[in-house]
Write a protein that binds this ligand. Structure first.
Ligand SMILES: Nc1ncnc2c1ncn2[C@@H]1O[C@H](COP(=O)(O)OP(=O)(O)O)[C@@H](O)[C@H]1O
Ligand SMILES: [Mg+2]
Length: 410
């Protein structure tokens, strides 16, 4: 194994091992059986239950080859590889693994629903269960409106979404997502990342490959950096990325003199130290997502797939009675800005409808009362009128008494 590998502390070390690779190697050979490319070169790594591991590396670094060996789609040339303690080719493993291939292969004449239904049928699910899951997944990946459209018409982003839905159809314990965000716009990327975070909360084990660093940074507990088929770094995000020689303090905007005073304190504490003052940046992705949400508020529409819906019920827990509560707590915490906005609009619309219905009901009620008062009401109204008449009579008498006290007869 490469000496240059920077191995950081493994936080999940007590949990069961899902993937174990030792000296894993894959050499592609040409027609004459001569070695053509050493795609994966003697790598060792482990993935524990519940971890989200990012397989990171430039194009051609061996990510997809590694993933295909985990799935039993490619035979390793050398080394030892187990998944759930078994050979990657073991059929039992198929039930536990969901896979999003780098390229989504779809039967272009099947509709979105038929596509998912087909994959669901491979897992022997009943017709009702298949329909329930397919509809929930379509909603979750934002394709409910395209349910009956042939997938051949889909954009790359939409195809990616249907691929993701398909990878989750069997509610697998271990998901392998090969470049899940490729072809997605920033909103789609954000949703995929939110989804991965949610899968992690549900205790799923996830391997996600990417050549886009920002994709992996946000969601992974650990990254394995591949280059030229070898592991160059393997460790927790915190351990690999934290710069321990500096500190960052974030404060509200300070006046010049306050900065000067702080500079003085720093000079006293660290005589050779440099202090720099800058304004924090938001990421370009956050900026873009904010702009799109603003536009959505103004009801500007884009075509194609929409923002994803709630996480499919059946994915939220094994125990049916817990499922709703888990779903609610998870989606509340992990709500995307698009979901929050959609929910708010839905709530506003529901409230407006409720108010309008109430108003209509009040008007109708008033009309009914005016035309035919109920006997009970009629009685109480008569009593009320009598009381009022007696009161005004009493008032009149009192007034008389006060103004002409001598005229008192009784
Ligand atoms: N079926 C194949 N036949 C020959 N070479 C291959 C094959 N698949 C991948 N390779 C080579 O293996 C290397 C790693 O490829 P791959 O695992 O697809 O990289 P990544 O997914 O990181 O972009 C590349 O040099 C690629 O050309
Ligand atoms: Mg690849």
């Amino acid at each position: 194994m490469a000496e240059a590998v920077k191995t950081a502390e493994k936080s999940a070390s007590e949990r069961p091992v899902v993937v174990s690779a030792v000296g894993l190697t894959k050499v592609f050979r040409d027609f004459w059986n001569r070695p053509k490319a050493k795609a994966v070169n003697d790598i060792d790594f482990e993935v524990r239950e519940g971890e989200v591991v990012g397989l990171l590396g430039p194009n051609g670094s061996g990510k997809s080859t590694t993933v295909k060996m985990l799935l039993g789609l490619l035979y390793p040339t050398g080394g030892r590889l187990t998944v759930f303690g078994k050979s990657p080719r073991d059929v039992e493993n198929k039930k536990l693994i969901g896979y999003l291939p780098e390229e989504t292969y779809l039967y272009k004449y099947l509709t979105a629903f038929e596509t998912l239904d087909f994959f669901a049928s491979l897992f022997g699910l009943s017709k009702e269960e298949r329909t329930r899951r397919c509809d929930q997944l379509l909603d979750m990946v934002g394709l409910a409106h395209a349910r009956n459209r042939p997938v051949g018409e889909f954009s790359k982003g939409m195809a990616r979404r249907i691929g993701l839905a398909q990878a989750m159809i069997n509610d697998p314990a271990f998901l392998i997502l090969d470049e899940p965000t490729s072809g997605l716009d920033p909103l789609g990327c954000r949703e995929v990342k939110d989804l991965i975070k949610l899968l992690k909360k549900r205790g799923k084990t996830v391997i996600v490959t990417s050549h886009l660093l920002s994709d992996v940074e946000e969601v992974c507990d650990r990254i394995i950096v591949l280059y030229g088929g070898r592991i160059r770094a393997n460790g927790g995000m915190e351990d690999l990325l934290t710069i321990r020689t500096n500190d960052t303090i974030t404060v509200p905007r300070l006046p010049e003199d306050a900065i000067e005073r702080i500079r003085q304190i720093v000079r006293e504490s660290v005589p050779d130290g440099e202090m720099s003052v800058a304004h924090p940046h938001m990421s370009l992705e956050d900026f873009f997502v904010d702009i799109v949400n603003e536009a959505k508020k103004e009801s500007l529409e884009t075509s194609g797939s929409r923002s994803g819906g709630a996480i499919a019920d059946y994915l939220t827990g094994d125990k049916e009675h817990d499922a709703k509560a888990v779903l609610e707590s998870l989606t509340r915490e992990e709500e995307t800005p698009a979901q929050t906005l959609a929910k708010k609009m839905e709530e506003d619309a529901a409230k407006a409808a409720e108010d309008a219905a109430k108003k209509r009901q009040d008007e109708l009620f008033a009309k009914l009362q005016a035309s035919s008062p109920a006997p009970e009401e009629e009685k109480s109204r008569r009593e009320q009128q009598e009381i009022e008449a007696k009161m005004s009579e009493a008032n009149r008498k009192l007034k008389d008494l006060l103004t002409n006290p001598t005229d008192r007869k009784d």
